[in-house]
Design a protein around this ligand. Structure first.
Ligand SMILES: NC(=O)c1ccc[n+]([C@@H]2O[C@H](COP(=O)([O-])OP(=O)(O)OC[C@H]3O[C@@H](n4cnc5c(N)ncnc54)[C@H](O)[C@@H]3O)[C@@H](O)[C@H]2O)c1
Length: 315
């Protein structure tokens, strides 16, 4: 078990991670250089804790302890000193991440483990030149970090196995499903799979085959439902490998193989449409109040699905 966890970056992921570990009884310090980000994180955590108490009243006591186990700070030293796990959830920019690693180095204890929540960078690139290279892993959580069970773990051949093992034990204690990769690979397993789907979804949208709502509906009512229960290889086995040999052979030459972020995403970003956090993206989310309701609805749906998956697992 870890005695103090420092989370660096209080954005979408950092706030969820802080809430997760505090919910499971571990003292957490959440750091961000931006006071406004800390205020927003505190509000989001309080809101989400209330939702959990409403939806899962039998866990109420653990949720009520969250605020006493969680401290927020804009002082790096206060966050990192004495922490035995430091989880970096700063922006997805290697230069900023390296600045963060440089800033934490003087305060790190000899047995402290550093984990990055990067979505797309390779561990080797992140660890290059770091004095804590043998105590450095990727622990890739999914949004919402509190609810999605999967955490992908990447180690290097020289990673200290005792510390990586400790992280895995804590994740299991927090109800997570860690998957340890056999080797370093940017995007890991699940983000590469998601990115492949997103590239093709954008291709269908940009080619005028369907609009965003139709593409989302097709996914939710078809593959998405299957993927909650079976992975791609199980699905191929059920369908028949002879069929999939033909399907893949016919379709692959027609699939998008672009090497840049897709145009529909680039256009939206260019126009300041960043998704729920800015009020619009592929859809409109209205004012601050309706954005909060959108996130709550998403979390409530996840909670129902998780309950169902737990029931399925126990049968
Ligand atoms: N959003 C997702 O769905 C998701 C999922 C999995 C992993 N990730 C990864 O997690 C990381 C964080 O993503 P996010 O979506 O929470 O981003 P975000 O933009 O919501 O939050 C990033 C936070 O980092 C803070 N920050 C900036 N400079 C910093 C510094 N020097 N030290 C510490 N914090 C600093 C910002 O103020 C901001 O609050 C990224 O690496 C991202 O790729 C994101």
């Amino acid at each position: 078990m870890f005695h103090k966890i420092a989370i660096l970056g209080a954005g979408t992921m950092g706030s969820g991670l802080a809430q997760l570990f505090a919910r499971f009884g571990i003292p957490v310090v959440l750091y961000d250089p931006d006071r406004q980000a800390l205020d927003k994180a505190q509000e989001a955590i309080a809101r989400s804790s209330r939702l959990h108490i409403r939806e899962w009243p039998n866990e109420g006591e653990a949720w009520e302890r969250v605020s006493s186990l969680l401290r927020l700070t804009d002082e790096m030293k206060e966050a990192v000193q004495g922490a035995d796990l430091i989880l970096e959830a700063g922006p997805e920019n290697i230069a900023i991440k390296r600045e963060i690693y440089k800033a934490i180095a003087p305060f790190l204890g000899a047995d402290a483990l550093v984990a990055s929540n990067t979505s797309s960078l390779a561990l080797e690139a992140l660890a290059e030149g770091q004095p804590f290279g043998e105590r450095f892993v990727i622990a890739h959580f999914f949004n919402p970090a509190l609810l999605v069970p999967l955490v992908e773990i990447v180690k290097l051949p020289g990673t200290r196995t005792d510390l990586a093992g400790r992280l895995i034990d804590v994740l299991v204690h927090c109800g997570k499903e860690p998957v340890v990769l056999k080797k370093d690979c940017p995007g890991f397993i699940a983000n590469r799979l998601q990115a492949a789907v997103l590239r093709e979804a954008c291709h269908l949208l940009a080619s005028g085959v369907a609009d965003a709502e139709q593409i989302d509906r097709a996914m939710k009512e078809g593959p998405g439902l299957r993927w909650a229960i079976n992975g791609p290889f199980e699905i191929t086995d059920f369908g028949g490998l002879d069929i999939w040999e033909k399907v893949a052979g016919n379709l692959f030459p027609t699939l998008d193989n672009g090497l840049t972020a897709p145009e529909p995403i680039r256009d939206n970003v260019h126009n300041g449409k960043l998704g729920v956090k800015s009020g619009s993206g592929f859809y409109d989310y209205g004012d601050g109040h309706s954005r909060v309701s959108t996130v709550e609805r998403r979390d409530r749906n996840f909670m129902h699905l998780i309950k169902l998956k737990r029931e399925l697992k126990s049968t």
